[in-house]
Design a protein around this ligand. Structure first.
Ligand code: 4FM
Length: 242
């Protein structure tokens, strides 16, 4: 059982998105839990304000330190009550283009945790002082700029959650596909046998499992060489080392 806690100004967005399809079923069956904490609930401002102008000028607003800090402390204190003082504090992941780039190996590392707290920013950023005090990991999903941290948090949670035992039906499908072995997926086919004059490759109809496996491996390697020379080079280097 893995618990995701999401600090956000848009709880409905993440709750909707992450309770659909496979993750929705995984939450129902209690392989994972997903909780959204509304940062606005923690502001001490009497009008519910959570943002303010930046010192030094410049366009846009910043999320203020106080509500972010108090929302995070509320989650950490609840976990401390539940797990006991020697359990250690949960990692707090700030999703930002300034972090290290997310990949399958980071997903695998994070999937070992019992609790993860995701901090989703909005506007032009978050007051640096609260980031210094609560954030343990800064992670990006790629080199582009979004309007907020909710979508990247959802991307990371999806990639991590499917590695939690029980979430996927097929226990080894999480490891056999792309990136499990550092190669891209081979092409796949379903019924009918002929569609738009295109036939399914004969080897897949042969019933010879060893031949099928060998064909798929060859396709994976060819595809990776063609489309992702960076991954292909890493794969060859790994093969030569082993
Ligand atoms: C993040 C907007 C924080 C405002 C963002 C704040 C992003 C990415 C991203 C937008 N995050 N990978 N790319 N965030 O664009 O992780 Cl305060």
């Amino acid at each position: 059982m893995m618990n995701f806690h999401i600090l956000t100004l848009f709880p409905e967005m993440v709750m909707q998105g992450l309770h659909t399809s496979i993750l929705g079923r995984a939450a129902e069956r209690e392989y994972i839990s997903i909780e959204a904490v509304n940062i606005r609930d923690y502001t001490l401002d009497k009008h519910g304000k959570v943002d303010d102008y930046t010192y030094g000028g410049g366009a846009g607003m910043l999320m203020q330190a106080q509500p972010v800090y108090d929302a995070c402390q509320a989650v950490q204190e609840r976990l401390l009550q539940r797990n006991g003082a020697n359990a250690g504090r949960a990692r707090v992941i700030y999703v930002t283009p300034q972090g290290r780039t997310f990949n399958q190996s980071i997903a695998q590392e994070l999937a070992q945790e019992d609790d993860l707290i995701f901090l989703c920013g909005h506007y032009e950023g978050i007051d640096e002082r609260v980031l210094e005090e609560i954030v343990t990991d800064e992670i990006s999903i790629g080199d582009y700029v979004l309007t907020g941290g909710e979508l990247p948090a959802m991307v990371m949670i999806d990639a991590i959650a499917r590695l939690v035992p029980g979430v996927l039906h097929n226990t080894d499908s999480a490891v056999t596909e792309s990136f499990g072995d550092g190669l891209l997926e081979y092409p796949q086919y379903s019924r009918p046998e002929v569609w738009h004059n295109k036939k399914v490759p004969a080897v897949l109809m042969s019933g010879d499992h060893a031949k099928v496996d060998a064909w798929r491996m060859e396709q994976s390697i060819m595809r990776t060489k063609e489309r992702r020379p960076d991954l292909y080079e890493a794969y060859i280097a790994r093969m030569e080392r082993n």
